[in-house]
Design a protein around this ligand. Structure first.
Ligand code: C6P
Length: 419
């Protein structure tokens, strides 16, 4: 749980060596070595994160910000050290601007349902993109319904990128919020968020960025991105489940009302009224996931030691190899940019004639874990013209051997289903 300055180790990263840090990767599934390609759903945890969880419960378990005994102090220090670490990890922001949530979903709901609900009216517009995950779509649908604000969408083009030429026609002073994913969990597309943010700010809109898929895979500098609010989840970046981050500019978070009320988020309470604690505590009511937050620190250490640039470079290598190999197999339609430029490592596809659920079940018999379905992006799948797709998603511990295993299993599936 150290928060010392990161030390970058050699690059490009040595995935084969790193695999040894992840105990689960040594297991078998259905008698085959596990080939874990469902990293966009959640990533596996290195031993040091698992150890950090155990260490917390074995040595320092207590509640935070409450007691004045040694354990309470250690728990608080561990929890708050991670806040400092997150603040450094996302570009050196103020620690007060880092709010811990349960995940990206909770962070985006906080922004939409507890803030924008009070700021928008029927004359206002919310601009989303056609590739949003439900977490950055459904909360805005409910806000639009309650406030009368209009939802508009920046379309995707035939290359599965945002059609930036359409942005000018959509952006005007009636747009109050632009909410956009940094990287699509389905298409893998990396969106030009800083360009979008600059143009959104010109018309006075606030920019909310869903960084659930980018924070684990790319260097993230929220200020350089031009974002006003950014959400991401620890479990997609080697950390524990049940921990997320909402970063927001101090001035904006200061204006936002808390969404949950109770212990720890107050400054002063009488039988008649209550006032709120300073940032970030006014958004962290009740006992948080202390162990999870403490262990997230170890995940950030790990990512920093490897280096986010090196992780992205490695994934470019994986995706380039996977795109080539899938093309060679034939009969496969890829949903997403077909080159590595502006692309992350989530790779969705359809094998002609095989339903994604059947395919995923077959791949599992070969030890290959992928995701099948709409990946919480139903409107996007409708746009793609399919109800579901199969998705392989790579991370720092995947190797070209995993790509080979995926492709051999796909070839076997084609033979099994007689395609
Ligand atoms: N996507 C996937 O398999 P939570 O569940 O709150 O940690 O993250 C939600 C979320 C928000 N935005 C994007 C772009 C996401 O990809 C996700 C989570 C997982 O694609 C689970 S549906």
């Amino acid at each position: 749980m150290s928060s010392a300055a990161p030390q970058t180790i050699e690059t490009p990263l040595d995935a084969r060596r790193l695999r040894g840090d992840f105990p689960i990767l040594a297991r078998e599934v259905r008698g085959r070595p596990l080939v874990y390609l469902d990293n966009a759903a959640t990533t596996q945890k290195p031993a040091r994160v698992i150890d950090a969880l155990q260490h917390y419960y074995t040595h320092s378990n207590s509640n935070v910000h409450r007691g004045i005994h040694t354990l309470a102090d250690e728990a608080t220090q561990a929890y708050e050290a991670t806040r400092d670490h997150v603040a450094r990890f996302i570009g050196g922001v103020k620690r007060e601007e880092v709010v811990f949530t349960r995940g990206t979903t909770e962070a985006l709901n906080l922004v939409a349902n507890h803030w924008m609900l009070h700021e928008l009216g029927p004359e206002d517009k919310i601009l989303l993109t056609e590739m949003e995950h439900h977490a950055n779509l459904v909360p805005w649908l409910t806000v639009a319904k309650s406030t009368g604000a209009q939802l508009i969408y920046l379309p995707i083009d035939e290359t599965y990128r945002l059609d930036m030429d359409k942005l000018t026609g959509l952006l005007d002073e009636t747009v109050k919020i632009v909410a956009v994913s940094h990287m699509s969990n389905v298409l893998g597309t990396i969106n030009p968020v800083s360009d979008i943010a600059q143009r959104a700010h010109e018309v006075g809109a606030q920019v909310v960025v869903d960084a659930a898929q980018s924070a684990p895979h790319l260097p993230l500098d929220v200020d350089a991105l031009g974002a006003d609010l950014v959400a991401f989840s620890a479990h997609k970046m080697l950390g524990p489940t049940g921990v997320g981050v909402l970063w927001g500019r101090e001035e904006l978070l200061g204006r936002m009302e808390p969404c949950q009320f109770g212990g720890e988020m107050i400054e002063w309470v009488t039988y008649e009224k209550a006032t709120w604690a300073d940032l970030p505590h006014k958004f962290e009511a009740g006992t948080p996931n202390i162990a999870g937050v403490a262990a997230f620190d170890a995940a950030l250490d790990y990512l920093e030691e490897i280096g986010m640039e090196a992780i992205h470079e490695h994934e470019v290598e994986m995706i380039t190899c996977a795109l080539d190999r899938l093309r060679d197999l034939g009969g496969i339609r890829i949903f997403g940019p077909d080159t590595f430029e502006q692309r992350g490592s989530a790779l969705s596809f359809e094998v002609e004639g095989i339903h994604p659920h059947d395919l995923s079940t077959f791949l599992d018999t070969r030890g290959v874990a992928v995701r099948a379905g709409h990946h919480c992006a139903q409107p996007l799948h409708r746009k793609m013209g399919v109800p579901a797709s199969t998705r392989a998603s790579f991370y720092l511990y995947n190797t070209t051997d995993d790509v080979d295993s995926l492709c051999s299993a796909l070839q076997e599936a084609k033979e099994y289903f007689r395609i």
